[in-house]
Structures are given as C-alpha cells and as structure tokens.
Design a protein around this ligand. Structure first.
Ligand SMILES: NC(=O)c1ccc[n+]([C@@H]2O[C@H](COP(=O)([O-])OP(=O)(O)OC[C@H]3O[C@@H](n4cnc5c(N)ncnc54)[C@H](OP(=O)(O)O)[C@@H]3O)[C@@H](O)[C@H]2O)c1
Length: 257
C-alpha cells in the first residue's frame, strides 16, 4: 500500500517514533489521525503535519481506556469516512529484574504494551471489515523475539502482540485486512535516554520511522531492523537457550540484578 493520499491512524504520536512517522507521512497528501494522552504535544505535532501539507485530526485519549480508544476510531471514521491504515505504536518498556518484579509490575507491563494495542485493534478490525480491508501495523520490538534480561515483562507483552497478529493475518485474509509487525532494535528516543540499558547499534527515531513506513508500504509481515541488531537477534535465537542467555547477560550493566 503506497502511503500517499491515505487516511492513516497513528497511536502514540505525541513523541518519539510515532511523532517521526506522523511528520514523515505529512507531506504525502495523507489525512492523519494522531492520538496519545498529552494534548499539548499532540497539537504541536498536528501543527507540524499541517505545515507540511497534510490534514490532521488530533484526538487525545488514554489507550488503557477501551471505550476511549474505540471513540478515537469512531471519530476518525466519522471525520474522514474510512481509515485505510493504522500504526499501533503505543508501548513502554520499564526495566525489571525478575528477581525483584512483583506480579503487579509484570501485569502493568502487559497493560502498557498489550492492552493499549488490543483496545485499538478490535475496533479497527471491525471498521476495516465493514470497509473492504486495510492495513494494521504494530511497533513491536526485537525484545519481543527473545527473553531479554531486565526486559522480561516487556518482551513477554510484545511477544503476545506478535502472536496475536499472526492469527489476525490468517483469519482476516479474506477480509483483505493486512497485518505488519515491525521490530525495532535500539532507538534513541527521549523515553529511553539514560535508562541504563546498553543500546548497541542504536539508530535515530527518524531512521526508525523510515523503516516502519517502508515495511508498511511493502506490507512486510515481520520487519526486524536495523540489520545488525536484527542479525544479532536471529543468531541468539539459533543458539541453545542457556548459551543465548549467557551471551545476553554480557550486555547487562555492571550493577545488573
Ligand atoms: N525507543 C526504543 O528503543 C524502542 C525500541 C523498540 C520498540 N520501541 C517501541 O516503540 C514505541 C514507541 O516508543 P518511543 O521510544 O517512541 O517512546 P515514546 O516517545 O514514549 O512514545 C510512546 C507514545 O505512546 C504514547 N502513550 C503511552 N501510553 C499511552 C496511553 N496509555 N494512551 C495513549 N498514548 C500513550 C505516548 O504519549 P503520551 O504520553 O502523550 O500518552 C507517546 O506518544 C513503543 O511501542 C516502544 O515499545 C521503542
């Protein structure tokens, strides 16, 4: 799907990767619906999009609230008629050592990454079924392909989304709804600056946005990037698990655990 002259919903667009994707898609005569909780930041992104020639509807909403997410999809559909594509980008990966994390910490991570995605996914599928198809993409993570030290709950939540997307792809093929999972490596957004987690082969959010848009346009089912971190991840998945675990601990900070 060429992301030109399309109606595209981007969740988590007030900062970081989502913001960069919105700004990059602005100049292509696209109609964007952007969403996140912080209204002031969202309005600033909307101004940028309009200055670059795109149309933009900014809707502040908390994705943890199922009815608020459904209302964003409904408002977008009412305003623009239909939604052609969506990037479900909301997520957060607080660092937890599994020797210290409580059950509540782990569930919280699931809410911050899984619930915020499915609260948009379900109404979007219903909308696209009614309108003859569309494209739904997700900002997953290479951490969703492995049990990464200090990122266990985050890895598990992202893995849950990619498995769910696999089923969606199979079950909704006839409805012409396509699903794209993108798996960024380390991205230098403000959120992760100074979080203490080593970030080999880190790339800028602007480069990350370019990778995501390319994966959406090519409708790549699973798009891991950048290539160095993607290959490292592939290698770790091929190794026997105890060996892979020890190798990953090699990247852990000195005060780990
Ligand atoms: N940075 C990395 O190294 C990296 C690597 C791989 C994958 N990722 C993934 O990339 C995505 C974006 O991350 P980022 O690094 O760009 O961080 P970010 O700047 O914090 O972006 C997260 C976005 O989600 C929004 N958000 C968070 N919770 C929300 C909620 N409950 N309801 C509505 N909006 C919410 C935030 O806006 P508000 O606070 O205004 O709501 C913000 O716009 C995440 O899914 C993350 O897991 C990041």
């Amino acid at each position: 799907m060429q992301l030109h002259d399309r109606t595209i919903l981007i969740t988590g667009a007030s900062s970081g990767i989502g913001r960069c994707v919105a700004e990059r898609l602005a100049g292509e005569r696209n109609r964007l619906i952007i969403s996140a909780r912080r209204d002031r930041e969202l309005q600033a992104v909307a101004r940028q999009v309009r200055e670059r020639g795109g149309q933009c509807l900014a809707l502040a909403a908390d994705a943890l609230d199922e009815s608020a997410a459904a209302a964003v999809v409904a408002r977008a559909a009412e305003h623009f008629g239909r939604i052609d594509a969506a990037l479900l980008n909301i997520g957060e990966g607080p660092a937890y050592h599994m020797g210290k994390a409580s059950a509540a910490d782990i569930r919280r991570c699931m809410r911050l990454n899984y619930d915020v995605t499915v609260n948009y996914l379900a109404p979007l599928i219903a909308h696209m079924k009614e309108h003859g198809g569309g494209l739904i993409a997700h900002t997953n993570s290479l951490a969703g392909l492995l049990g990464v030290p200090m990122q266990g709950p985050y890895s598990a939540a992202k893995a849950a989304v990619h498995v769910l997307f696999d089923t969606c792809r199979t079950e909704l093929r006839r409805e012409r709804i396509r699903f794209v999972c993108t798996y960024p490596g380390f991205i230098a957004t403000e959120r992760v600056a100074g979080d203490g987690i080593p970030a080999p082969f880190e790339i800028s959010p602007e480069r990350c946005a370019a990778y995501i848009i390319r994966a959406m346009e090519r409708e790549t089912r699973d798009a891991p990037f950048p290539w160095r971190t993607a290959w490292l991840t592939r290698l770790l998945r091929l190794l026997p698990k105890p060996l892979a675990g020890r190798a990953m601990l090699g990247f852990a900070p000195a005060d780990y655990g």
